[in-house]
Design a protein around this ligand. Sequence first.
Ligand code: HEM
Length: 144
Amino acid sequence: MSTSRTDLNYEQRFNDSVDKLMGHGCYNVELIEDFYRIFLAKSDVVANLFAHTNMSAQKTMLHDSLETLIDFSRTKEISPALEKLAQAHGKRGKNVPTYLFDVWLDSLMEALYLRDNSFTDKDELAWRLTLAPGITYVKFICKK
Ligand code: HEM
């Protein structure tokens, strides 16, 4: 039996998954709401950082910034949107401790499992691989 391309190619696997979960340019409101519920419940440090945030505005921004991270993974070119994202979390912005980016990513993975019944550990790896370059960049700037 031959192994299909999607079994081996994580980029293809990611593209299929992202189309399913965030396709057609529309916002997956349930996914983003699940994500914030899970993320804010992870620790008081996270909840306190968002204490004065207008969460409905924050939710549309998350969708757009996911696109920013995905775009960086494809182009490896630092866009103005990625630069702005990094600055917003860095020392002159919200001064987010870098360990929280792992918590952020774990929370997103939990939300993906909740919103897609057929989400597998290979899909999880495909998302983690795709988002890793952008997250690495943001963490790098946050430490400066
Ligand atoms: C790579 C992962 C992340 C993405 C894509 C992301 C996305 C965003 C975006 C798009 C904004 C709005 C920035 C602006 O105003 O220009 C934002 C703000 C913010 N983010 Fe993140 N974020 C990430 C990680 C984190 C982490 C780990 C924390 C830690 C708790 C965090 C806490 C915040 C806070 C507190 C704000 C400001 C909210 C406000 O305006 O009151 N973010 N984030």
